[in-house]
Ligand binder design. Structure first.
Ligand SMILES: C[S@@+](CC[C@H](N)C(=O)[O-])C[C@H]1O[C@@H](n2cnc3c(N)ncnc32)[C@H](O)[C@@H]1O
Length: 419
């Protein structure tokens, strides 16, 4: 039976035996930055230390990974924190806390946000602290609390210091991460005709699309704010290039499609609302209002291959994220300005630049040169603008000013870069 795309994605990815909640997990089907290189976790470890200082070394420093896959990133970060402590002679992680009851979080008053994707909004700066706190004597390893938020069941071999829950915990102080989560938040697709905007329906078994009801007011508002209208087809044409369907037609859809990102905005705003103080960081492939992809980006992945996005539970179904819209929604909740930049800038600011070491180093310190070369090639895949380096990093501080983020973490976005 045909249904709207967001329902079909929900069932295919997260229903009983859904693609993400059963089987081997995302890493068996595609490569994310988390899987590509330990350089990624190393950079985030540096970010954790940076934030720890900015937050004044809180008694509990939360690291929450939303859409954690099988916990790969948190395993690395946990090893990283423990390893540092072993080298410094410290030991002990705070024990896992059973359960994590969700507390409703108050959202801030909504305020219209400027539609300018390349400009950092600064309207909230006054309420966001810009002083660095110094001090702290208890090592991070004794204060850090790792929480994986995931709809899939907890892996049997996950270290016990990593908590596992299907709800974002309230009152996060520290870092909330979401790497390639938002692109898997189910969304609706629509087409435009002389009858106005209509949802696309999909048959979950065949993937065949038909035209459904007119869009809701909320979805229409989202489109008019965030996705400039495609050309309305010639209504006189009777060929496949024209569009003569009425809302009751059940014919295949030949038209340009758009992806309605409202559900991603809501998901991100909700996540940000769970942070009391610190940083929410979303890393994903995305696009900005000035350059929405014609026909959208919906696609599928299975066993390392790109496949048609048939929502039958046998493959990933994903669409790039309207990152500026998501950013605006998060900012309204955080009431602090955000930064939006490319992955390569984020990683460079965190000490992983992917650049080759100077040849002069080879003469003076051959072993150091080889080490630097190995580190550079490990980072290169993550910073390649045509690949993972083209991912967008959305830095949303909560209770903090953007001045306190690592210097240069979000350089100007090259909108011509593939996303
Ligand atoms: C593409 S995978 C990314 C995994 C990992 N973060 C990485 O970068 O490799 C997306 C993950 O998000 C999870 N997910 C999607 N919606 C979720 C939700 N509402 N709560 C928790 N996890 C969710 C999926 O189950 C899936 O494991």
């Amino acid at each position: 039976m045909a249904m709207r795309w967001h329902q079909a994605m929900e069932r295919a990815l997260y229903g009983t035996d859904g693609f993400f909640v059963s089987g081997a997990g995302p890493a068996a089907h595609f490569r994310t930055s988390v899987h590509a290189s330990p350089v990624f976790a190393g950079a985030l470890l540096r970010l954790i230390h940076h934030l720890d200082g900015v937050l004044g070394f809180p008694s509990v420093f939360d690291v929450v990974d939303v859409g954690a896959g099988r916990g790969e990133l948190l395993r690395s970060l946990s090893v990283g924190v423990s390893g540092e402590s072993a080298r410094s002679g410290r030991s002990g992680l705070i024990p896992a806390r059973a359960g994590s009851p969700e507390t409703p979080t108050t959202t801030a008053t909504v305020r219209p946000s400027p539609v300018n994707p390349l400009t950092i909004t600064t309207g909230y700066d006054d309420s966001c602290a810009s002083d660095l706190t110094v001090g702290g004597s208890v090592p991070l390893v004794e204060r850090v609390r790792f929480t994986a938020v995931e709809l899939a069941p907890r892996p049997d071999d996950l270290p016990e210091e990593i908590r596992w829950t299907d709800r974002i915990p309230a009152g996060v102080t520290g870092l909330l991460l979401a790497t390639e989560w938002l692109d898997n938040v189910p969304l609706d697709l629509a087409v435009h005709s002389q009858h106005g905007w209509h949802y696309l329906l999909v048959d979950p078994t065949s993937g065949e699309e038909t035209i459904g009801d007119p869009l809701s007011r909320a979805d229409l508002d989202w489109l008019s704010t965030w996705w400039p209208s495609p050309l309305v087809p010639d209504s006189d044409s009777s060929t496949g290039s024209g569009f003569r369907a009425t809302p009751t037609d059940r014919t295949p859809v030949p038209l340009e499609r758009v992806e309605i990102g409202r559900t991603r905005d809501e998901a991100w705003a909700d996540a940000v609302g769970h942070v009391e103080r610190g940083l929410a960081l979303a890393v994903d492939y995305g696009h900005l209002r000035a350059e929405r992809p014609v026909d959208g980006t919906l696609t599928g992945y299975r066993a390392g291959r790109q496949v048609p996005p048939v929502p039958d539970g046998s493959c990933d179904v994903t669409a790039h994220v309207a990152m500026d819209s998501v950013a605006s929604a998060g900012e309204r909740v955080a009431r602090c300005a955000y930064l939006l930049g490319a992955q390569r800038d984020g990683l460079r600011a965190l000490g992983a630049d992917g650049g080759r070491p100077p040849l002069s180093l080879a003469a003076g310190d051959p072993a150091g040169y080889v080490r630097a070369l190995a580190a550079a090639s490990a980072a290169a895949e993550l910073t390649d603008p045509a690949g993972l380096g083209g991912h967008l990093w959305l830095w949303q501080p909560v209770g903090l000013s953007t001045d306190l983020l690592p210097a240069g973490c979000a350089g100007p976005i090259d909108t011509a870069a593939p996303s």
